[in-house]
Design a protein around this ligand. Structure first.
Ligand code: NAD
Length: 321
């Protein structure tokens, strides 16, 4: 018997490679074809699968989508998906591990170097015609140590990249065994030790109940006044007020931030005021290579579910019957 085509909801922006690869089994609909959330909810029953980037997939949507078989995350962090609601409704969740690790790792290093070398101020000085008077002196990284909060696909890629910069590398990751670390990487057992011993810390853990606000005043104040915090993971892992007060007090030298709690920050976002903070709009994974890979693998996961098989990256299959 020939199976019916599936209907798959796509994010507004997605590389065409993925949707094209499932054209033989699915009709696709882009999210921005709906003007309002109410319209989308009213149509939710239509969908057999969803490919999602950072759009929130909440209980109301999942409950309304009574034919849904899979929520296929285009990317890694799935904190935008209500996992309990999906599991209770028998809906598989999958993601695309490793597809953006190089892109995000490169971005984290870019932010780190740009904050240290004060590229924001330097660029502004040149554009304002003051380049000749700009004589800020900074330090090299070669005798410095980076601390990684999280040593999964992205953290370990950052570790590889910094070895090329002759930097030391410390890791705090309670779920990684010492034997899994590269030879130039040393594990520490607490966030306090990580922040105390590192010259800069880069965040690469998922947002969970345990990591939410886990980097707070106590940790940031362990960094030295030349210390830098880079966050390309999730905003909510770092206590924002603590970061602001550490910057205000000059307790750290600066920060590089790619992630914001509720989408793009408004004019009131407190970090906008700081010259020593570089902000980027969640572009860590925005390389052609990563976007293609995420699109293709998230579509592959839809195909697996269509074929009645469980994608390798399924996150809740053990809880589904
Ligand atoms: P991963 O699952 O491969 O690695 C995450 C690591 O964090 C794991 O090794 C895990 O053991 C560790 N971890 C979990 N809880 C921890 C804790 N309490 N303290 C320290 N470490 C902990 O994921 P990844 O591919 O490396 O991605 C990491 C995160 O980066 C994602 O969850 C996502 O939120 C974020 N991300 C951001 C972008 C971006 O565009 N800026 C792109 C991709 C991923």
């Amino acid at each position: 018997m020939v199976k019916n085509e599936w209907t798959v909801l796509l994010p507004a922006e997605i590389h065409l490679a993925g949707p094209e690869s499932i054209a033989d089994i699915a009709t696709t609909v882009k999210r921005d074809e709906y003007d309002t959330r109410m319209q989308l909810l009213a149509d939710a029953e239509r969908f057999d699968a969803i490919i999602t980037r950072i759009e929130r997939i909440d209980r109301e949507f999942i409950d309304s989508a009574s034919n849904l078989e899979i929520i296929s995350k285009h990317g890694v962090g799935y904190d935008n998906i209500d996992v309990d609601a999906a599991t209770e409704n028998g809906v598989l969740i999958s993601n695309t591990p490793g597809t953006n690790s190089r892109a995000v790792a490169e971005h984290a290093i870019t932010l780190l170097l740009a904050v240290r070398r004060r590229l924001r101020q330097a660029d502004r000085a040149v554009r304002a015609g003051n380049g000749g008077k700009y004589d800020v002196v900074t330090n090299e990284f070669q005798s410095d140590t980076i601390g990684l909060y999280g040593y999964g696909d992205i953290g370990s890629e950052v570790a590889n990249l910094v070895s090329g910069l002759s930097m030391g590398c410390l890791v705090y990751d309670p779920y990684v065994d010492e034997t899994e670390l590269s030879t130039h990487v040393t594990k520490v057992e607490s966030t306090a030790a990580l922040f105390e011993q590192a010259d800069a810390v880069s965040v690469h853990a998922p947002l969970t109940a345990k990591t939410r606000n886990d980097i707070s005043e106590a940790e940031l104040r362990q960094l030295s006044p030349s210390g830098i915090l880079v966050n390309t993971a999730r905003a909510e892992i770092v206590d924002r007020d603590a970061l602001v007060s550490s910057l205000e007090a000059g307790a750290i030298a600066g920060a590089g931030i790619d992630v914001f709690a509720d989408g793009p920050p408004s004019e009131e976002y407190p970090l906008l005021e700081y010259e020593n903070v570089i902000l980027t709009p969640h572009i860590g994974a925005q390389t052609t290579e990563a976007l293609t890979q995420m699109s293709v693998e998230s579509a592959d996961n839809v195909r697996s579910a269509y074929n009645g098989t469980v994608p390798e990256s399924a996150l809740n299959s053990s809880e589904l019957s």
